[in-house]
Design a protein around this ligand. Structure first.
Ligand code: ATR
Length: 273
């Protein structure tokens, strides 16, 4: 059996090794999966060394997802659109890249949480790599209009241009958000929470029973989720479920079997702050 890994920086606190170990136990599949710390400069060399030592599959996390997309020999349509690769599969002499983040988000909302996204007026906060990876998945899942707001307006415009559905996708200035409301789904794809920074969002954004979803989990999601509750959200969700679901998608790509995710989700939920 080949080796598997997750590359990123920092990687020490990654929950992915624990999730994949649980999947492997559950399905009785030999699955040697380890964290490998690598900066953007080190990544190409670290990945080559990994392949050399029997590496056949890997996950890629911050800040390497875009770099990973660049060094794949082939790439799925989903990963190409997102310009992001979080799952690598060894094929012949090179790597094939996939992006399972978007599918993980949709599966968490519609499967685990049993909520619907279809037709929801959606506000996407942020326009970086994480936002890009989920924007296409949300549109494919049938949300209604998508509004993108980013601190740096040009990046929101660039993402909207890349999506190319001007009748359905709009951008707004972050500083004008107070003038807008009626959103049924608000997805926080900014990294502000990791830096302990407040987004200073107006409480007027939400329609009744809105879903608010933070792509991060643990302490990084606390600020946004506290805002969501104070703004009257029907559901304030962190990204733990998305993390577990994107891992299950990757596991299935590698081993052809889909793990059941409820047990490890519950275990991590009890463990996280
Ligand atoms: P990631 O891969 O996590 O998306 P990124 O590409 O660096 O990382 O993007 C970070 C996102 O968080 C960006 O949308 C960024 O806004 P800018 O494009 O203006 O930098 C957003 N972000 C980070 N800190 C923020 C803050 N304090 N307030 C609002 N947006 C913030």
């Amino acid at each position: 059996p080949g080796r598997y890994a997750v590359f990123g920086q920092p990687i020490a606190h990654s929950l992915s090794p624990r999730i994949h170990a649980a999947f492997a136990r559950q399905l009785s599949i030999a699955h040697d999966y380890r964290p490998i710390e690598a900066s953007t400069e080190e990544f190409v060399g670290a990945l080559a060394a990994f392949a050399e030592s029997g590496g056949v599959g890997a996950n890629v996390t911050l800040p390497l997802k875009q770099h990973a997309a660049r060094l794949c020999l082939s790439i799925s349509e989903t990963a190409r659109r997102a310009d992001s690769v979080n799952t690598l599969v060894r094929r012949g002499e090179g790597w094939h890249g996939e992006s399972t983040d978007g599918a993980g988000l949709i599966r968490d909302i519609t499967g685990r949480q049993r909520l619907y996204v279809r037709g929801r007026r959606t506000l996407l906060l942020g326009a970086g790599g994480a936002a890009r990876a989920v924007a296409f998945a949300l549109l494919d899942a049938g949300i209604g209009e998508l509004t993108i707001a980013n601190r740096t307006a040009e990046r929101a415009d660039a993402l909207a241009d890349a999506i190319g559905q001007p009748e359905r996708v709009h951008t707004r200035y972050w500083t004008d958000l107070g003038q807008w409301g009626g959103f049924d789904l608000v997805v926080n794809a900014t990294s502000a929470g990791h830096a302990n920074m407040s987004l200073a969002l107006p409480t007027s954004l939400l329609a009744s029973r809105a879903i608010c979803y933070d792509l991060s989990y643990g302490k990084a999601s606390f600020g946004f989720l506290a805002w969501a509750r104070s703004a009257g959200a029907g559901h304030a969700l962190d990204g733990l479920g998305m993390l577990v679901e994107q891992a299950a998608e990757a596991f299935e790509i590698w081993h052809g079997k889909r793990p059941e995710t409820d047990a490890i989700y519950a275990e991590l939920r009890a463990y996280l702050p």
